[in-house]
Design a protein. Structure first.
Length: 366
């Protein structure tokens, strides 16, 4: 092999449940890609979640966070499981995930929803509606109503108990998520739809104003706006109209879950969380699936596609990313399926064998 032109440090956080199984597949794929593309990966595998709790007493040990911060990108498997479900609240494995996102200051969450031609029938929508859907939801992750102040409980003038939260967005928060979204759209089909509720909410009025302002930096991207109620409807009526969607924290929470159901297969869906300059965090959207953990049944494709996002959005290695995506499609074309996406007539395989078949596809595409 040629001497590597570029070297990247990638922190791997296998986590719990099926996490180690799917991360192992992704690691092998990245290793193979590196030798083909003439790049180098230095992997640092660190404990996180329940695995870290058992080992160190905390779900995100300091060494794990500092390794993550010092790397070029972070690939996470999954966190949590029955074993820790009755823990004290502050010792839950999931707390580690929040701390990691906070530590890496990742404010942009990217979730693609792609209906692969091989898996159209897994969609919850009719074939004609689902076929060809390929969209990306860019969700603001660290601001908005989940964090805004004032918040809390109180009493109103009638002595009634109240709960209240505040939707707040500052200019810089909107500008930076808008830039991530325009950059993302640029790497895709060049269309961005900003979703808000600017007919009612002041935070949304500012959102729309800033997004329009930032648009001037991206004349090559076609910008449109949609109210969130309409967007929720359009996503199931005609999802093909969307390329990239950008929206605030709470709307993005809801719309990205809605969009993921269009594809119908949780074992296929990757995600990326990006910050201003530091390493991005890449992970499948599924959980640790304790019901199938350790049984070699997990679908590794969501994690492989997360590794592809790591290459594309985290390292700018687009060609390497395409190799993984093409290999995933090729493996599905050759009929290989894990249990979650299996249908009659296909070849049912486990996590390891699926991974091996993807490696073969990567190899044969050289
Ligand atoms: P979270 O941990 O995010 O709260 P959860 O525990 O409700 O989510 P998951 O762990 O994602 O959910 O599992 C939900 C269901 O999907 C389970 O039956 C699990 O076995 C299945 N599942 C999840 N991921 C995969 C995968 N990669 N391959 C196959 N099946 C999966
Ligand atoms: Mg879970």
């Amino acid at each position: 092999a040629a001497t590597p032109s570029k070297s990247y440090t990638v922190t791997l956080l296998p986590g719990d449940g099926i996490g180690p199984e799917v991360i192992s597949v992704a690691r092998n794929a990245l290793h193979l890609i590196a030798s083909i593309e003439g790049i180098e990966f230095k992997f640092k595998e660190m404990p996180m979640g329940g695995a870290a709790l058992d080992l160190t007493g905390v779900p995100l040990p300091e060494e794990t966070l500092s390794a993550a911060k010092d790397s070029d990108a972070v690939l996470l498997g999954a966190i949590g499981g029955y074993k820790w479900d009755n823990n004290e609240k502050h010792l839950k494995p999931e707390t580690g995930l929040l701390q990691l996102r906070e530590g890496l200051k990742v404010f942009a969450n990217l979730r693609p929803a792609t209906v692969l031609p091989q898996l159209v029938d897994a969609s919850t929508l009719k074939r004609e509606v689902a076929e060809g859907v390929d969209l990306m939801v860019v969700r603001e992750l660290t601001g908005g109503i989940y964090f805004g102040k004032p918040r809390g409980f109180g009493t109103n003038e009638n002595g009634q108990e109240i709960g209240f939260n505040t939707e707040v967005y500052a200019t810089y928060e909107i500008d930076r998520i808008a830039r991530v979204a325009f950059e993302t759209a640029r790497k895709r089909r060049g269309k961005l739809c900003s979703v808000d509720k600017a007919n009612v909410l002041e935070a949304s009025m500012l959102w729309r104003k800033r997004v329009m302002e930032i648009a001037a930096e991206y004349p090559d991207v076609e910008l449109s706006h949609m109210y969130v109620d309409n967007a929720a409807m359009q996503l199931v009526r005609n999802p093909k109209q969307f390329d990239t969607i950008v929206t605030n924290n709470i709307f993005g929470d809801i719309l990205s879950d809605e969009a993921s159901m269009i594809t119908g297969s949780i074992g296929m869906l990757p995600s990326a969380s990006l910050g201003e300059s530091g390493p991005g965090l890449f992970e499948p959207i599924h959980g640790s699936a304790p019901d199938i953990a350790g049984q070699d049944k997990a679908n590794p494709l969501a994690t492989l596609l997360s590794a592809a996002m790591l290459l594309k959005y985290g390292l700018g290695e687009e060609k390497a990313a395409q190799r993984i995506e093409a290999a995933v499609l090729n493996t599905l074309d050759r009929g290989y399926r894990t249990g979650d996406i299996y249908s009659a007539g296909q070849k049912l395989v486990g996590c390891k064998e699926m991974g091996e078949e993807v490696l073969k596809s990567i190899d044969s595409k050289v």
